[in-house]
Design a protein around this ligand. Structure first.
Ligand SMILES: Nc1ncnc2c1ncn2[C@@H]1O[C@H](COP(=O)(O)OP(=O)(O)OP(=O)(O)O)[C@@H](O)[C@H]1O
Ligand SMILES: [Mg+2]
Length: 326
């Protein structure tokens, strides 16, 4: 049976004592796509991944992974997925090659030695292959971990912060691997702190806040929530506040200061706020400029704005039971 969604969850809940780590997670990831899960620290991303990969049992809710029921068909779910956790799961006493062979044998992959060799090459670990993993750098371990989760060519791959702390070259290798997997039809669900990563890899983004999906959409749709990012650099730090006042009035947004650069920026949805108009208005207010720009928003701009909004909702909204308990 084919289903449209590789991951489909409804109302998943997980509580640790008083903490509701995941509280009603609804997620739909279409087959063959890459879904980026974004959210602040403690939002419940890792818990969501652990639930969806059968490492934790949900308190409530349901999910289907690759068409299998998460709880009733947990073994079938495990056979369909690969997982790379936020923390490495490979054995430090074994070499990289031994680790991959072991995984391959455990999963009854044909030609375990050949598969291990392929993956070591692909992740740039051929030279270090016969050294114990305890001598690997953090980035090498991370790559080995990802290689281990690919030993079986999973239908759905879960990656929890796959590139956190990696150097640009290692990060690029992982990005390439994700793109390649997607091209081969694998569905990838990845959590990340890096918006650039989501922007480059993800077809869809789910913004998670306090154990729930607060918003979903493509990176482009997220960016369309904000028209432009406007910034001015002033010649004299004394006029920064004056510049911020003008910017606030023009954009209707809350200006953000970068005092080191004597700069102030804000986001706007107003398409009439062009660069010439910005310069004219600053000039009229007597603010001498060194530089000014109106550019398309980055996902970072959007994320900042959205998390500000969510933080606003938090103070306005009714208290939660865990907050009441605290
Ligand atoms: N085993 C556990 N026992 C108790 N509380 C937990 C446990 N695992 C997670 N939590 C709590 O659940 C909440 C969500 O944690 P989780 O690790 O899922 O967040 P996260 O979004 O992955 O954060 P990060 O970005 O820091 O990785 C946090 O408040 C955390 O302290
Ligand atoms: Mg986490």
């Amino acid at each position: 049976m084919t289903t449209t969604y590789a991951v489909l969850s409804e109302g998943l809940e997980k509580r640790f004592g008083q903490v509701r780590a995941v509280r009603g997670l609804d997620l739909a990831v279409a087959r063959g796509t890459v879904c980026g899960i974004l959210g602040p620290n403690g939002a419940g991303k890792t818990t969501a991944v652990r639930l969806l990969t059968t490492l934790l049992r949900p308190d409530a809710g349901s999910a289907r992974i690759a068409g299998h029921d998460l709880v009733r068909q947990a073994a079938a779910v495990r056979r369909s997925i690969g997982v790379t956790g936020q923390y490495a799961s490979v054995d430090g006493d074994l070499t990289g090659r031994e680790n991959l062979r072991l995984f391959a044998r455990l999963h009854r992959v044909r030609g375990p030695a050949q598969r291990a060799g392929e993956l070591l090459d692909r992740f740039g670990l051929a030279e270090a292959a016969d050294r114990p993993v305890s001598t690997y750098s953090g980035g090498m371990r991370r790559r080995l971990d990802l290689a281990a989760s690919l030993v079986r060519r999973p239908e759905v791959l879960f990656l929890d912060e796959p590139t956190t702390g990696l150097d640009p070259a290692s990060r690029n290798r992982i990005w390439d691997a994700v793109r390649e997997l997607k091209a081969q039809g694998t569905t990838v669900l990845l959590t990340t702190q890096y918006l650039e990563e989501a922007d480059r890899l993800a077809d869809d983004i789910a913004l998670v806040d306090r154990g729930r999906v607060a918003r979903t959409g493509s990176p482009a749709r997220f960016k369309a929530l904000i028209g432009a990012h406007v910034e001015v650099v002033v010649a004299d730090a004394d006029v920064l506040t004056g510049a911020a006042d003008v910017l606030g009035r023009l954009t209707g947004g809350r200006p953000a200061f970068d005092r080191e650069r004597s700069a102030v920026g804000a986001v706007t949805g107003d398409p009439a706020l062009t660069l010439p108009r910005l310069v004219r208005e600053m000039d009229a207010a007597g603010v001498p400029l060194l530089d000014a720009s109106v550019r398309p928003p980055t996902l970072d701009d959007v994320f900042l704005r959205l998390t500000e909004d969510l933080a606003g909702d938090r103070t306005d909204g009714p208290a939660d039971d865990e907050e009441r308990a605290a």
